[in-house]
Design a binder for this molecule. Structure first.
Ligand code: AMP
Ligand code: MG
Length: 277
């Protein structure tokens, strides 16, 4: 089918008609697959075990125009956006700026890129305090206790580089709840069968027929836009699964055959020194 025929078929089935040809084709394929599954599930009386919530995280960090390979990125914005997997809507968000300690002065480039000013970080709490607030927020939502959830990021840097480095710098034990996550770039590439070059945030949005909403490189806006992509993919029938984990301080792929498991309940961050005592 050509693009017009695919779009006409989507319209006939009352499906979204936005997106490029690959997206439309996948949407139709998923629709038929879902119909088939629904029929067999109804016949078998089986129930779906999946996440109740997905928590999108997109850290912003200190940077230079050309970051040297050994540049120590410190987290300066900690945002989270919560997707309710039953209603497929964004239901809540969290945002705190963080005071950097190693490089307390933001570069001009960093301010321009992220929109985060020197005043915002000067008035912010340290990473340890902000992580505590983030954990309390997750606990209030009863994630990992009453509800099954997992984290989702755009790429592997958020957990694999920014959070890992920051925990080392702040002498905090890397949080157990952030050891596994969904890398949406991978999920997107695999689901819509597109190469890695087409999995940048703006590119994913555009291929789905959407525009970036807000300010690029503002962590909260980035998180919201990543959440919009995730919701779109879920509506297209994609089963977002955990596909990366942190292993010996490095991001590593999780095989798709791994069972679906939620992240553990968030625990109050532990300082490494407190752990030794
Ligand atoms: P992003 O989620 O794309 O906003 O990027 C997260 C962080 O990566 C930023 O806060 C910067 O620390 C770093 N970063 C992103 N893009 C660039 C860039 N073009 N040059 C230098 N650092 C960058
Ligand atoms: Mg960002």
């Amino acid at each position: 089918m050509n693009k017009d025929e695919l779009r006409a078929k989507c319209a006939e089935l009352k499906l979204d008609t936005r997106g490029v040809k690959d997206v439309l084709r996948k949407r139709l394929k998923s629709y038929y697959k879902k119909q088939k599954l629904m029929h067999s599930a109804a016949a078998n009386g089986s129930t779906d075990t999946y996440f109740d919530y997905i928590c999108v995280v997109d850290f912003e960090a200190t940077c230079e125009e050309n970051n040297p390979p050994d540049y120590l990125h410190e987290i300066i914005e900690f945002p989270m956006v919560l997707i309710d997997m039953h209603t497929l809507e964004i239901v809540d968000s969290f945002q705190q700026y963080v005071k950097p300690v190693v490089n307390p002065q933001l570069s001009e480039f960093c301010v321009k890129l992220t929109g985060i000013t020197q005043k915002m970080v000067d008035e912010a709490e340290t990473f340890h305090q902000v992580l505590k607030r983030a954990v309390s927020w997750l606990q209030e939502k009863e994630l990992g206790t009453k509800y099954k959830y997992t984290f989702l990021t755009d790429g592997s840097w958020d957990m694999g580089k920014f959070l890992h480095t920051q925990c080392k710098l702040s002498c905090i034990r890397y949080p157990q709840f952030a050891r596994k996550w969904i890398n949406i770039r991978k999920s997107y590439g695999n689901f819509y069968k597109v190469p890695r070059t087409q999995t940048k945030l703006i590119c994913m949005l555009e291929n789905l027929g959407m525009q970036y909403d807000g300010r690029p490189h503002c962590g909260l806006d980035d998180s919201r836009n990543i959440a919009r992509i995730a919701i779109y993919m879920l509506k297209d029938g994609c089963q977002l699964r955990v596909n990366e984990c942190l292993h010996s301080g490095e991001p590593r792929s999780v095989p798709i055959s791994a069972p679906i498991e939620g992240a553990p309940a968030p625990q109050t961050p532990q300082k490494e020194t407190e752990r030794i005592i």
